[in-house]
Ligand binder design. Structure first.
Ligand SMILES: *Cc1c(COP(=O)(O)O)cnc(C)c1O
Length: 397
């Protein structure tokens, strides 16, 4: 009996919506692509997008940036992180997160991961005490959200600040509150593989007037910050405009114009992602041996990717399993591979950071499989992918 294969691309995103394409064409016809290049009396699409995203997120201020990584660097610097300073972050995250910490000259201090794939609060408590770091860049990696009330309480007791990396939680909530609204600032990405697609791009959101003023100057506003809308009053800029360097990390009107219509579709797309996630999870769950990270009832997540573990299998078997799934067209990432590949690298391959040992994270990542869920897949596609995964596990058992 020949086995069924899957034959769609795991990196194929949906097309940019027609109204977004039309808006982009308008910007190109006008020739005013730079966010501060506005006709008299006109408001730049970038400024409008910032207001719209601030309203969506339910915050006072929003700054659009060249990337999510740029938003993180700016947030850290605007908060006052200095070269040589230490910043706590998840050991399980992607390279732009420690990269942003390194870009401001600071040292990443990695915190362990638990079986739910969120930051380990016991290890966080220990490292808040031992590291002298007073800031956490919390990465909601692959959309798994830590118990936020407990986490915030812990930080508050230690006098530490939270900045959230919401690259995978744009549109998600915890106990009804939007991911990104728990800390002093939050960073989002609109890079192609995230929840809105402008190729590259990002947002920084906050309710803190000083942080937003400093961030805006850092992003490269020159003295044109009054053209922003989702911004604090002008007094906030008095010091910031002299103290902060211009780090040229602006978003442009072309990207903003294709994001504005996408923002209107975001919540609907979240439900589409989740229908695909649950179809895949249901099919995969038929396999014995498998462990799917539990999700809290408090968490309304965005199922734009799916993770599972096969705790009983050694490395060689995991590697073989990934190869067998690939033969049937199912592209899995295995976080256990000590050799960084594609978009995936592990904390122990970021050798610019001080060497650190995180045995529990290594043990969990060693068994962790990760799969993208682009919206170009149908629900039936996701069931088929899950079925192939379950069959291959069964066949190798
Ligand atoms: C993609 C990503 C970022 C940053 O995104 P860019 O816009 O590509 O700079 C940050 N954190 C995580 C976890 C990501 O996956």
């Amino acid at each position: 009996m020949s086995k069924i294969s899957f034959n769609k691309s795991f990196t194929q995103q949906e097309a940019i919506p027609e109204d977004a394409i039309a808006a982009a064409v308008d910007v190109m016809r006008a020739g005013r692509l730079h966010r501060y290049n506005t006709a008299p009396g006109a408001t730049a699409p970038t400024a409008l997008l910032e207001s719209e995203y601030a309203a969506y997120q339910g915050v006072d201020y929003c700054l659009a940036t060249a990337s999510g990584g740029a938003a993180m660097q700016i947030a850290l610097r605007a908060h006052g992180v200095k070269p040589g300073g230490r910043v706590l972050t998840n050991a399980f995250t992607l390279a732009p997160v420690p990269g942003a910490i390194a870009a401001v000259g600071a040292e990443p201090v990695f915190v362990e991961t638990n079986a739910g794939l969120t930051i380990d609060l016991d290890d966080l408590r220990t490292k808040l005490q031992s590291s002298s770091a007073s800031i956490l860049m919390l990465s909601h990696m692959r959309g798994h959200i830590a118990p936020m009330e407990d986490l915030c309480e812990l930080l508050e007791a230690a006098g530490a600040t939270l900045i959230e990396d919401c690259a995978h939680t744009m549109g998600a909530t915890w106990n009804g509150r939007r991911s990104g609204n728990f800390g002093v600032a939050a960073c989002f990405s609109t890079q192609t593989y995230k929840h809105m697609n402008s190729g590259e791009g990002g947002f920084l959101t906050t309710n803190d007037a000083d942080i937003m003023a400093r961030a805006t100057i850092l992003s490269g506003s020159y003295m044109l910050y009054d053209r922003h809308q989702a911004r604090p009053d002008m007094e906030a800029y008095v010091q910031a405009k002299l103290e902060m360097p211009n780090c040229s990390s602006r978003m442009d009107n072309l990207r903003a114009s294709i994001l504005r219509p996408q923002l209107k579709n975001l919540d609907e797309n979240v439900t589409r992602w989740n229908a695909r996630y649950h179809a895949m999870a249901r099919a995969v769950d038929k396999a014995e041996l498998i462990s799917i990270p539990a999700r809290s009832k408090s968490e309304y997540f965005v199922g734009s990717s799916f993770q599972f573990m096969i705790p009983a299998w050694p490395d060689a078997k995991c590697r073989q399993f990934v190869a067998r799934c690939a033969e049937r067209g199912v592209e899995l990432k295995w976080f256990g591979d000590p050799v960084p590949a594609g978009f995936t690298s592990r904390y122990d391959s970021w050798t610019y950071a001080q060497p650190q040992r995180l045995d529990r994270t290594i043990a969990i990542l060693g068994r962790l499989m990760d799969i993208r869920i682009p919206l170009s897949f149908s629900i039936d596609d996701c069931t088929l992918i899950g079925t192939i995964i379950a069959e291959e596990i069964g066949a190798m058992d």
